[in-house]
Every structure is written in C-alpha cells, then in structure tokens.
Design a protein around this ligand. Structure first.
Ligand SMILES: [Ca+2]
Length: 216
C-alpha cells in the first residue's frame, strides 16, 4: 500500500496527500464483497464438546487459477479450514479459522485465528459459516470445499460425499452461483470403528445435508 506522504523535489516535503472528497449527494460506493454461506445439517443436535465440525477448502496457489480437488480428509491437502469445537483448550466450543502462512500453499504451516460468531454459529442440528471471499479466501478463481466431522481425538467420522462414512469427496464451488445448492449425505453412515471417545453421539456427527450459497 502507498505512503500517506508524497515528496516533491528537494527541501519542500513532505506534503500530506490531499484526501479526495466526493461532491455532496454522491452515494458512497459499496465494494463488491461476495460471501460464501455454508451450512451443515446433522442427524441430531450438534455437540461440539465431543468433536469437531469442519468446512475445508482448497484454492489455487498464488499465480495459479486451478485448485486441486480435496480428495483426502487430512489437513495436509487443505489450503484453509474452519473448525467448530473445543479449540485452544477453551471451556466452551468456539470457531477457529486455519489459514496457510503463504496463502494457497499447502506446504506452508497453518496459523490459527479464532473467529467470531458473526462468521460462524451453531444451533440445534445446524452449523453455519460465513466466509468472505475477498478478505478470507483472497477472491479465488477456483475453489473446492469438503465438509467433515471428527471426534475429539481428531479421528474423522463422517464426510460429505456419495460414499459411506469418510469416503472423501469435494464439491467444486461455482463462484457465479445464484440461489442455494443442497448436497445430501447418507444418514447413519458415521464411522464407529475404532470406538469413539465416551459420550460421543454418532447422530450429532452424522452429516445429513450441506447447503451453500454465494451472497453478493
Ligand atoms: Ca452422513
């Protein structure tokens, strides 16, 4: 970003750059800020005390236009993800956004940022997230999503996809999408082997339907 000061010749500066003013009555321009609204509906009330609800993404590396489909339910293939659960040892469930130190580069480390409930919420059987396409995802030319649940030990239990359990599938988001797209997952397909931790309710982690929408 540019400096607020500008130099003219020698011994004359610095001078403050004049702030442009709009004529009276000119409407303030609104920047284009598309937001991806994602929600996942479970077979029973969500219970993030006993596991994690994850929206994962793959966007192109810098300088590229194509993203790789997310084909493995492990964070080594994701460029970004949002997880609801007991993060940072919090006493109550919260949302964390994980982004690469080098945006889009799956070989760089993740940094974790706690996000607010303006960006994500959960109620009843539904978890929702709002992802600003410019501020958070850097306005990707291409994007895949993957929706997964994990138990509290980090073992994947269910994933959105045509197969059962955690059979991986990713959905390529049409960034010109209008309206709501509903993606259904099999009910009753939560992986229970190995046995999950005590108090893990399989129905609370059984993805039934994912809805996505681009809010312009
Ligand atoms: Ca399911």
């Amino acid at each position: 970003m540019g400096s607020n000061n500008i130099f003219f010749g020698c011994a004359r500066g610095p001078f403050d750059t004049p702030t442009p003013t709009l004529p009276p009555g000119t409407p303030t321009p609104t920047p284009l800020s598309p937001t991806l609204h994602l929600s996942m509906r479970m077979a029973a009330s969500v219970d993030p005390r006993y596991g994690y609800y994850v929206f994962a993404f793959n966007r192109p590396p810098q300088g590229r236009v194509d993203a790789n489909p997310v084909t493995v339910n492990r964070d080594e293939t994701w460029t970004d993800y949002i997880q609801l659960g007991i993060n940072f040892g919090s006493s109550t469930p919260n949302f964390v956004r994980n982004e690469r130190l080098i945006p889009g580069d799956v070989n760089s480390n993740f940094q974790q940022v706690e996000i607010t409930f303006n960006d994500g919420s959960y109620s009843g059987d539904t978890v929702e997230a709002y992802i600003n396409m410019i501020d958070i995802l850097d306005n990707p030319p291409d994007l895949y999503i993957n929706v997964i649940t994990f138990d509290s030990t980090g073992y994947a239990r269910d994933a959105l996809g045509p197969g059962l359990g955690t059979s991986a599938d990713s959905y390529r988001v049409n960034l010109e999408l209008t309206g709501v797209i509903y993606l259904n997952d099999t009910t009753g397909d939560v992986i229970m082997n190995p046995a999950p931790p005590t108090d893990f309710n399989r129905h609370s982690f059984d993805i039934v339907q994912v809805a996505l929408q681009i809010l312009k």
